[in-house]
Ligand binder design. Structure first.
Ligand SMILES: *Cc1c(COP(=O)(O)O)cnc(C)c1O
Length: 388
């Protein structure tokens, strides 16, 4: 990208950290004092509170969101001989989690208006081996709970949520994290709730799943030095949990700030619809937590997505693409046997989507600057095309 000074970054975490610096430092010092770095007090405190916030009974902190998916599926006994349905247009970690659990991933295309998994298309992915569906609440929007539950019941499937982008999101009265057997979250620093490093959690209301997860993250031990199954070492650090515990009470406010920003983007970008710029649809009102604010640059736009991105960068506005290559076309997973053309909506979106700056504390003025910049870039070209 260009070297011009960044005027509006894609993400700025300092805004959320600055006001609670003191509390976070104190929480870290408390851990140092107690010395309970592994499976310490701050971890269990945080696990309990985070589970409640997700509408689940138990929380089991792990080293990353990827581990929360991989170990979480195992904890739900989804593994060898199971087929698991997931969207093709997710972050690769969803796929890695399914594969690490030993299950066979079955991709499904998305609804191009929301980028969420297309449950009608998922009907065609069902086989006698299908055991579970992993809906991804992509960009912070929950997959329709009613449609999801109907689908899972019809085919007798477990629902395992990838809620890595959807902390506290809700839709039609249902919370992300409470729709199925279990849900995985990530605390990667730029997620809606982020640690000072990697982290993740599995939440569930199923006691057996929670207990198995507790073993899996701790070498498969049911008690010290007694190993009942093959586990690994994947615990959420007490230090990270201490930070997350301090941040959790602010999460709802940060999400509200993201929503406000998204609503302003929606309003200011609405006139660009005729120029081929369409924001992803929000079908869940104030339940969308906008981990990302994504627009589509479609064929009717006088500029291609890359041109817009470059011009914005030259103006000091950072953007992102989530994600440029769908999972089924990633070189590492060629052996799964998918090809170009298998999931047309996901493939087309990969070429058209653009994520705009989004973080709590982005000002009205900054949002206005971004929207105005997009308008000027797109309509300038439109003007030229019309007047040649
Ligand atoms: C971030 C993310 C993950 C993985 O989380 P990590 O903590 O980075 O391992 C999984 N799924 C989705 C949709 C994500 O956005």
């Amino acid at each position: 990208m260009s070297d011009v000074n960044v005027k509006i970054p894609f993400v700025d975490l300092s805004l959320q950290h600055q006001p609670i610096q003191k509390q976070m430092r104190q929480a870290i010092e408390d851990v140092l004092e107690r010395g309970d770095f592994i499976l310490g007090k701050a971890l269990s405190d945080f696990e309990t509170e985070f589970a409640v916030s997700s509408g689940a009974e138990y929380g089991v902190g792990v080293a990353s969101g990827t581990d929360a998916i991989a170990l979480g599926l195992q904890a739900c006994n989804i593994g060898a001989d199971s087929e698991v349905i997931l969207p093709a247009n997710t972050f690769v970690a969803t796929l890695i989690g399914v594969l690490r659990a030993g299950a066979k991933p079955i991709f499904v295309d998305c609804d191009p208006n929301t980028a969420l998994i297309d449950l009608a298309a998922a009907e065609n992915a069902i086989t006698p081996k299908t055991k579970a569906i992993v809906p991804v609440h992509l960009y912070g929007q929950v997959v329709s709970p009613q449609d999801l539950t109907d689908f899972a019941e019809r085919h007798n499937l477990m629902i395992f949520e990838d809620a890595a982008q959807a902390h506290l999101a809700h839709r039609d009265g249902c919370r992300a994290g409470s729709l199925g057997i279990a849900a995985a979250y990530s605390f990667y620093p730029s997620k809606n709730l982020g640690a000072f490093g990697d982290g993740g959690i599995l939440v569930t209301s199923d006691k057996e799943v929670a207990q198995k997860m507790v073993r899996l993250r701790n070498y498969g031990a049911s008690k010290k030095y007694y190993h009942v199954e093959m586990g690994t070492n994947s615990r959420l650090d007490t230090l990270q949990a201490a930070v997350l515990h301090q941040k959790l009470p602010h999460l709802a406010g940060w999400n509200a700030s993201r929503l406000k920003t998204a609503q302003q983007y929606d309003r200011e970008l609405a006139p660009l619809k005729s120029l081929g710029i369409t924001p992803m649809q929000n079908q869940s009102g104030d339940g969308h937590v906008y981990h990302l604010y994504v627009i589509k640059v479609d064929e009717s736009c006088p500029l291609q997505r890359e041109e817009i991105q470059e011009k914005l960068a030259a103006m000091g506005i950072q953007t992102g693409i989530h994600y440029p290559i769908p999972c089924h076309l990633q070189p590492a997973f060629k052996d799964l046997g998918y090809e170009i053309g298998d999931f047309p909506h996901s493939e087309k979106l990969a070429n058209q989507i653009l994520s705009l700056p989004m973080y709590p504390g982005l000002t009205n003025n900054q949002v206005n600057v971004v929207a105005t910049a997009i308008a000027s870039v797109v309509s300038e070209r439109q003007y030229k095309l019309l007047h040649i």
